[in-house]
Design a protein around this ligand. Structure first.
Ligand code: TYM
Length: 375
C-alpha cells in the first residue's frame, strides 16, 4: 500500500502516530470524564483503560448514558480466519470479556470467513475452514459466557445476513469504498462488497428483535474505516450508529513499526507456541531498550519506552505496582535486559499455559456458541 506510515483494515506499516490517527479518522480520545463514567458503571477500570491501551472511541458516552438509564447495549467484535491467532488479537478480546462480565451483556462475535479469502491470493476456502475451526477455539478459550455469546460465521449464516447486507450495500457507492479503503480499479468486487457484511452484526440484534439496542464494538483502531461507513448508513435504515472503542496495536517483537501480524512469524507469539518457542523468540528477537554492555546499562539504565519486553508487560502485567517496579528498575539500570526479558517470558508462558488448557477444553463447546437462527 502507501509508502509512508499507513493504517488500513488489511495493512499496518510504519510507525503509528496515534495522535495523527485520532485526527485523520475523526475519533475521540478517551478522556478522564469517560473513564469516570465507565468506572462508575463497571465498579472498576480495566488496566487497558488505566494505561491508555484503549485510547479512543466513538459515542462511548452515549452507550454509558443509555446504560445508566437502564437501556443495555450489546457487544460486537470479530476475527477473520486466515492464520493462527497471536497474542495481539487477544487484546481486544480480553477487553471485550471484561465488558461482558462487568455489564452482563450479550456478545455477537463475527467470523467473516470470506474476508481474507477475498483479499489474499494464497487462501482458498479449505484453508480458511481449517483456521476458522482453530480460531474459534481461541475465542472460546477467552472465557466468554456461552449463554450470552453468539458466533456468526458469514458463509454459515449467509441466509440470515445477506438481505441486511444488501440493505447496507445499496447505500454505499464505489467512490466511498475507494476513498475509505484506498482501493483502485484492480480491486475485486467482493472486496468492495465486504464492508457491508462487517456492518451487519452491528444492527442484527435490533433487526431481528424489532427493538433498538445500542451496539458497542471493541477493536484495534485498524478496523475503524468499516465502522465509519456503517455509522453513515445505519441511521438511513432506521438503526442507531454503532459505538466503538479502540485499542492501540500490540507491537511486533522487532519494535515500534507496524503491528504484530501473523504474516511476519518472527514478530509474533502465537497462542499455540510452546514455552520453549516463547523463550527463544523473546530472547533472540525482542527489540531491547537496554545498553550494549552490562557496565553501560548499570550506569545509564535502559529505555522502557522503546523496549519491547517492557511495552508488552504494559499490556499483560495486570499488577500496577509490579509494573512500576519493573519500569523503575529497568530505567535505573538495576534490572538488566536479560532479566526483563525473562520476566516477560515467565508471564507469557503462564498466560499461554492457561489459554492452551482452555483451548483444549473448547473442542467440545463450539456448537454451543454458534448462533441458531430460531433462537
Ligand atoms: P482480524 O482477524 O485481523 O483481527 C481480530 C482483532 O484483533 C485486532 N488486532 C490487534 N489488536 C491489537 N494488536 C495487534 N497487533 C492486532 N492485530 C489485530 C483487530 O483490530 C481485530 O479487532 N475484519 C476483521 C474481523 C471482524 C471484526 C469485526 C473485528 C469482523 N467483524 C468487528 C472487530 C470488530 C479482521 O480482519 O480482524
Amino acid at each position: 500500500m502507501a509508502n509512508g506510515p499507513s493504517v488500513t483494515p488489511w495493512d499496518v506499516s510504519g510507525t503509528v502516530n496515534y495522535d495523527k490517527l485520532v485526527k485523520e479518522f475523526g475519533v475521540e480520545r478517551i478522556d478522564s470524564a469517560i473513564l469516570r463514567q465507565i468506572e462508575r458503571a463497571a465498579g472498576e477500570l480495566h488496566p487497558f483503560l488505566r494505561r491508555g491501551v484503549f485510547f479512543s472511541h466513538r459515542d462511548m458516552n452515549w452507550v454509558m448514558n443509555e446504560y445508566e438509564k437502564g437501556n443495555k447495549f450489546f457487544l460486537y467484535t470479530g476475527r477473520s480466519p486466515s492464520d493462527a491467532v497471536h497474542i495481539g488479537h487477544l487484546v481486544p478480546w480480553m477487553f471485550t470479556k471484561w465488558i461482558q462480565d462487568r455489564f452482563n451483556v450479550d456478545l455477537w462475535f463475527q467470523f467473516p470467513d470470506e474476508e481474507k479469502f477475498l483479499f489474499k491470493d494464497s487462501l482458498d476456502f479449505k484453508k480458511v475452514g481449517h483456521f476458522l475451526q482453530e480460531n474459534m477455539l481461541d475465542v472460546i478459550a477467552i472465557g466468554f459466557d456461552p449463554k450470552r455469546t453468539k458466533f456468526l460465521v458469514d458463509t454459515l449464516h449467509a441466509n440470515l445476513m445477506y438481505k441486511p447486507a444488501c440493505e447496507v450495500a445499496k447505500r454505499i457507492t464505489l467512490s466511498t469504498i475507494k476513498a475509505s479503503f484506498g482501493f483502485d480499479d484492480s480491486a475485486n468486487i467482493g472486496q468492495a462488497f465486504y464492508t457491508a457484511m462487517q456492518s451487519v452484526p452491528a444492527f442484527l440484534p435490533s433487526y431481528l428483535s424489532g427493538r433498538t439496542i445500542p451496539c458497542l464494538i471493541p477493536h484495534a483502531i485498524d478496523q475503524d474505516p468499516h465502522f465509519r461507513i456503517a455509522r453513515d448508513v445505519l441511521p438511513k435504515l432506521g438503526f442507531p450508529k454503532p459505538a466503538s472503542i479502540h485499542s492501540v496495536f500490540l507491537p511486533p517483537l522487532s519494535g515500534a513499526a507496524g503491528k504484530m501480524s501473523s504474516s511476519i512469524p518472527t514478530g509474533a507469539i502465537y497462542t499455540t507456541d510452546s514455552a520453549k518457542a516463547v523463550q527463544e523468540k523473546v530472547m533472540k528477537h525482542a527489540f531491547s531498550g537496554g545498553q550494549p554492555t552490562v557496565k553501560e546499562h548499570r550506569e545509564k539504565g535502559g529505555n522502557p519506552e522503546v523496549d519491547v519486553p517492557y511495552q508488552w508487560l504494559r499490556f499483560f502485567e495486570e499488577d500496577d505496582d509490579k509494573l512500576k517496579k519493573i519500569h523503575d528498575d529497568y530505567q535505573s539500570g538495576k534490572m538488566l535486559t536479560g532479566e526483563i526479558k525473562q520476566v516477560l517470558v515467565d508471564l507469557l508462558v503462564r498466560l499461554l499455559e492457561r489459554h492452551q488448557a482452555a483451548r483444549a477444553e473448547a473442542e467440545d463447546k463450539v456448537n454451543d456458541y454458534i448462533f441458531k437462527c430460531q433462537e
